[in-house]
Ligand binder design. Structure first.
Ligand SMILES: [Zn+2]
Ligand SMILES: [Zn+2]
Length: 328
């Protein structure tokens, strides 16, 4: 069993719906329900099934957090506000009783990737061991800053759990978990502060978490030592904060358009791509429009490849939403 679950798909800042947005969505759904000549209670479920998922529930408002399970091994990549969703499940296990261990792997320390940490209850329960892994050497300093006034009332020294820091080496694979089998390798992404994506390999299946990245290095030559991150992947989770136009306007802001991930996927024969880190300023419709733009780009690229005599691989890609889970 090799599974990844997205607990947060929003970029930069948690983005809950406003009451006005919920109201407008409910009104719109009622209108559409009756416009289709539905009128009975038993029509509700089939009607909701007919909708695209984002029309019903949106894309999610929580920031970066991915749960990875491989056999008996579990780890968490990034601790954005999405971590809150995973918390109840973890608290039912040994972490709730002060007998647990958990491993976090951080890409970088921008707020949207760490904001869930101060509210992670197992940190306050004596007996727990919380392992924190990152390439960045300032991981302990980041924790000290995060857990101090005026940012947070509880200082790091007062946490009940034992915190264990692990410094990862760039591009050096590490074996995760007592059972072995799951390998994790950090590779450099393209972001204003150094940000390390992770490639995960387990029993012949592979996934990569490539968030946050602008994807400024796409060619094999420019990617150089970081190229193996993208090769022969079953799943790539990739940054798609912007439309193509926005990605050009917001050069050096550290985020990509889905078109970049599509190009990588077509060249590297990546089977599935889940696009995340949706723009917090974008409405559901705007994200749907960005997905439509990416769909047009994908078909254009496929046509161009076949015109030049190359058989384009099929890539199963989509804009992912919070709660999406992938079994590899
Ligand atoms: Zn981010
Ligand atoms: Zn960032």
């Amino acid at each position: 069993m090799f599974k990844l679950k997205l607990w947060g798909t929003r970029g930069s800042i948690p983005t809950p719906y406003t009451p006005e947005e919920v109201e407008s969505r409910i009104r719109d759904l009622f209108h559409r329900f009756f416009a289709r000549k539905h009128h009975a209670l038993e029509d509700v479920e089939p009607f909701l099934h007919e909708l695209q998922r984002h029309e019903f529930g949106g894309w999610g408002g929580n920031t970066a957090c991915v749960e990875v399970k491989a056999g008996d091994t579990q780890l968490i990549i990034d601790a954005g506000s999405g971590l809150k969703g995973l918390l109840p499940e973890l608290m039912k296990g040994p972490l709730g009783r002060g007998q647990g261990e958990v491993h976090f792997y951080f890409t970088h320390f921008h707020w949207d990737h760490i904001i869930g940490l101060p509210f992670f209850t197992p940190l306050y329960i004596p007996g727990n061991k919380i392992h924190l892994h990152a390439v960045q050497k300032d991981l302990p300093a980041m924790m000290k800053t995060l857990f101090q006034k005026p940012f947070f009332p509880v200082p790091l020294e007062s946490l009940g759990a034992t915190i264990v820091y692990h410094e990862l080496e760039p591009r050096k694979p590490v074996t995760v978990g007592a059972q072995g089998g799951l390998t994790l390798t950090p590779y450099l992404l393209d972001h204003p502060d150094p940000c390390w994506g992770y490639r995960l390999d387990y029993q012949g299946k592979s996934a990569a978490y490539c968030v946050d990245t602008e994807g400024t290095r796409i060619s094999e030559l420019l990617l150089g030592d970081d190229l193996p991150m993208y090769q022969h992947l079953d799943l790539m989770i990739f940054d798609s904060q912007y439309t193509i136009e926005e990605a050009i306007q917001k050069m050096n802001w550290g985020h990509a358009a889905a078109a970049i991930g599509i190009d990588l996927a077509l060249r590297e024969h990546i089977r599935k791509v889940a696009f995340v880190h949706h723009d917090p300023m974008a409405s559901d419709q705007k994200i749907a429009d960005a997905e439509k733009q990416a769909r047009e780009y994908y078909h254009f690229e496929i046509k161009a490849l076949s015109k030049s005599g190359v058989k384009a691989p099929h890539v199963d890609w989509f804009f992912a939403r919070e709660g999406d889970e992938f079994s590899l």
